[in-house]
Design a protein around this ligand. Structure first.
Ligand code: DGJ
Length: 755
């Protein structure tokens, strides 16, 4: 890991060992060019990559065609209105009029370690494992300085970028656009773009399209990162696939509106940008004031999409997620939502908890409906005091009753919301976002609280703290069930800036206060399922509810898309009933358990109401979670086959860091007639080690009717089950996976070389 500046060539290099990111200062004016991103290159003069000697040449030599130069130059951080017609990285106005902006290089600093961003999520690192470059750019006419920050980490092929804009003039300046990442990349060959798109219950479905001339990308203006699009872009070089080829991934450490786009220009270069969505964003800066953008992460991989994934996992586990729970085994939880919805009381909860505890569950999550007069979704958000009719003795009694059976308590909140039918709204109707003269748009019969106001945040925090202080609460599920609309404030001291961004900062402020006051609290974020699963939220909570869709087969692609970027330990994954309440599919209990093992494990059902052959499996499932929990939480994740890519199977595996142990999950989604076994190569193992191969689940192959797999089904594996093969044979020749009878069947296979 090394950041260098060569004063002779005026080239900056960020080297991580096998990746180089290079920029160069060009011409006397100080244009900053993006020179290179790719495999580590020699210590050569890279200035030729700016192509500044190509026609029309530098403005100092040919100012006549300055515009052609600016519209062709590979900018690192382009301005607006002065000769480059591609999307700007930054735009400012004064009294509504753009003075134009062209950031030019002024100076730099290289510092050990990584600064933390104030009031926002940011990666962290110390002086030994990280290094930061700060480049100062300025436009004197606009009266704006920009400080571009780049951090790299020991052993990780990633660059984390952010930008601070400062008003250095003597009149106010309004910032209308500030991308956290921008670079004009010259990628040889065709590039494909990967995005993760979706909807409620179908979050983060992978899409790969060719990048043609013009724009491609994703964005959200819903106030949250959203179910529909995800703050991620993947750029796949020609020939890149799961295990080979160059892949670039960009991810935004932010939980609100975002824009992520690729603009392929007239000369075939790609302007790649990621930042806060300019719609609804502005920030008026008085002389001397600054605005700090959120961080964007760039990951580079020369080992395909899988390499990109593992680099993100590594970066986030070591430099983003702060929770003390990150490396701890999370309690097996039982959540009452899908079991009862709003229809519960103390007795019902305790009955669910007692049964779950007897099976090995460790924590009861009391979901929506315990507060105010909330018996459906049409009231009481904001009234965070317990409904004693449902819970006599309050949360305290519930937690004590749970403690008596050895269980911990978790509680659901939706702190950002208010129901029109609530004491809070009746007392403070002006605390909800609304625009004067416009009836606010309802969603799930609720409004969004104006968390840009400190008094609103203080009130909500106080209410939540009273509940948490009243009892022994180990876990909080922080939900958020509607997008932002009618974003107008009634605050007298609102200041001059876009409310969408300030709202996000308000959420961050509340979550920071929560984890500071309750440092051991296990916080799980959630937004109508996985509507705000982003790295910003992971700075506060080590896990996020992945989707309200708990159908095991739909979950294969939802979890695959989520794990594209985020470690398995961050994905809430629960076993629920069959037929699935979301899509009606019938799935064997074995498969439901296997698929849920890929995340933070739990149940979303009433065990008493399960068919006997299903509930008889719970103990074994929980035992599997305890056995493989650490491996799943800490190991390296490999995708092998993908159902959403058209394969009839879905297969992935986790390998321990020391490569002594691995667990493979195989789901045969649809059965077909008269097929033979399928050969599967096993990635990620140590070629020189001998691995003992076993079926990992004692109930392996259960066909959903409580019957064990017929021995015939495993016949094709008899040559290696219970025996050893070397990692080299496993990665080259692979193993044979059986064709099971029936749809939605699964197998867990373990590889163990620990002797
Ligand atoms: C949406 C969440 O995703 C569910 O798990 C549940 O908590 C409901 N909200 C409760 O309203």
């Amino acid at each position: 890991m090394d950041i260098t500046y060569d004063s002779r060539t005026r080239v900056f290099r960020l080297d991580t060992g096998n990746m180089t990111y290079a920029m160069g200062v060009v011409d006397d004016e100080g244009f900053l060019g993006h020179l290179y991103l790719g495999p580590g290159v020699g210590n050569d003069d890279l200035t030729y990559l700016s192509r500044a000697i190509e026609y029309p040449g530098l403005p100092s030599k040919n100012n006549r065609d300055r515009c052609s130069f600016l519209d062709f130059f590979p900018h690192e951080y382009p301005g607006e209105g002065v000769g480059d017609f591609r999307s700007p990285a930054v735009r400012v106005t004064k009294d509504g009029i753009s003075p134009g902006i062209q950031p030019l290089y002024k100076g730099y600093r290289i510092i050990k370690g990584k600064k933390r961003l104030e009031g926002m999520p940011s990666v962290f690192g110390d002086e030994k494992d990280s290094e930061t470059l700060e480049i100062e750019m300025s436009d004197e006419t606009a009266g704006v300085k920009l400080f571009l920050d780049y951090t790299i980490f020991e052993g990780i092929n990633a660059v984390v970028r952010s930008v601070r804009a400062q008003n250095t003039g003597d009149t106010p300046v309004t910032l209308n656009r500030i991308m956290s990442f921008s670079a004009d990349m010259d990628r040889p060959g065709e590039t494909r773009l990967m995005t993760l798109n979706g909807s409620w219950g179908r979050e983060r479905a992978k899409q790969i399209i060719p990048v043609g001339t013009g724009f491609a990308g994703v964005s959200s203006v819903r106030g949250v990162s959203s179910h529909q699009s995800h703050p991620f872009l993947g750029l796949l070089s020609e020939g890149a696939d799961e295990s080979q080829g160059e892949v670039i991934g960009l991810n935004f450490i932010y939980s609100g509106n975002f824009l992520a786009q690729v603009e392929k220009g007239q000369f075939g270069t790609l302007r790649v940008q990621m930042g806060i969505h300019p719609m609804g964003f502005y920030e008026k800066l008085q002389p001397g004031e600054s605005f700090q953008s959120p961080e964007a992460v760039l990951v580079w991989s020369d080992s395909g999409i899988g390499g990109m994934t593992r680099t993100f996992h590594e970066l986030y586990r070591n430099h983003l997620i702060r929770s003390p729970w990150l490396h701890r085994e999370r309690p097996v939880l039982i959540n009452n939502w899908e079991a009862t919805f709003f229809d519960f009381d103390l007795e019902k909860l305790l009955k669910i908890a007692r049964r779950a505890s007897s099976e090995g569950a460790e924590l009861l999550v009391m979901d929506d409906g315990w507060f105010g007069r909330r018996n459906s979704d049409n009231s009481s958000l904001g009234d965070w005091y317990v409904n004693e009719e449902k819970l006599p003795g309050g949360v305290k009694r519930l937690s004590e009753e749970l403690a008596a059976i050895g269980m911990k308590l978790g509680i659901w909140f939706e702190p950002e919301m208010v129901s029109p039918d609530s004491d809070l709204y009746r007392a403070h109707p002006d605390w909800a976002f609304s625009i004067d003269g416009r009836k606010p748009c309802m969603a799930r019969e609720q409004y969004v609280l104006d968390l840009t106001r400190k008094e609103v945040r203080d009130y909500i925090f106080d209410m939540i703290s009273k509940v948490l202080d009243s009892a022994d609460v180990a876990y909080v599920k922080w939900d958020m069930n509607r997008p932002l609309t009618d974003v107008g404030t009634h605050a007298a001291d609102a200041g001059d800036g876009g409310l969408f961004h300030r709202f996000v900062l308000g959420v961050y402020d509340l979550q920071e206060r929560l984890i500071t006051r309750y440092p051991d609290l296990l916080l799980e974020n959630c937004s109508s399922g996985g509507g705000r699963f982003d790295p910003g939220m992971l700075f506060y909570s080590p896990q996020i509810w992945t989707s309200d869709n708990t159908d095991a087969i739909d979950r294969l692609s939802i979890q695959e898309g989520t794990a594209m970027i985020y470690p398995l330990s961050t994905m809430g994954a629960h076993v629920s009933v069959s037929p699935s309440q979301s899509c009606g599919r019938k799935t064997p209990m074995v498969t439901r358990g296997h698929v849920a093992l890929a995340g933070t494990f739990g149940y979303e059902l009433d065990m008493d109401r399960l068919p006997g052959e299903d509930s008889a499996q719970i103990r074994d499932q929980i035992a599997l979670y305890h056995r493989y929990g650490e491996l799943v939480r800490e190991g390296d994740y490999y995708r092998i086959e993908s159902w959403q890519d058209g394969s009839m199977c879905d297969c992935y595996m986790v390998v321990s860091k020391d490569k002594t142990q691995a667990l493979m999950t195989w789901v045969q989604v649809l059965a077909h007639t008269n097929l033979k076994s399928r050969r599967v190569r096993i990635p990620g193992l140590d070629p020189d080690r001998e691995y003992r191969i076993e079926v990992a689940d004692p109930r392996e192959g259960n066909d959903g009717n409580g019957n064990r797999v017929s021995p015939n089904e495993l016949n094709c594996m008899s040559g290696f089950l219970g025996k050893t093969l070397t990692g080299a044979t496993l990665s080259g020749a692979g193993i044979l996976m059986p064709r099971l009878s029936g749809d939605f069947r699964s197998l867990l296979i373990s590889f163990d070389s620990r002797g």
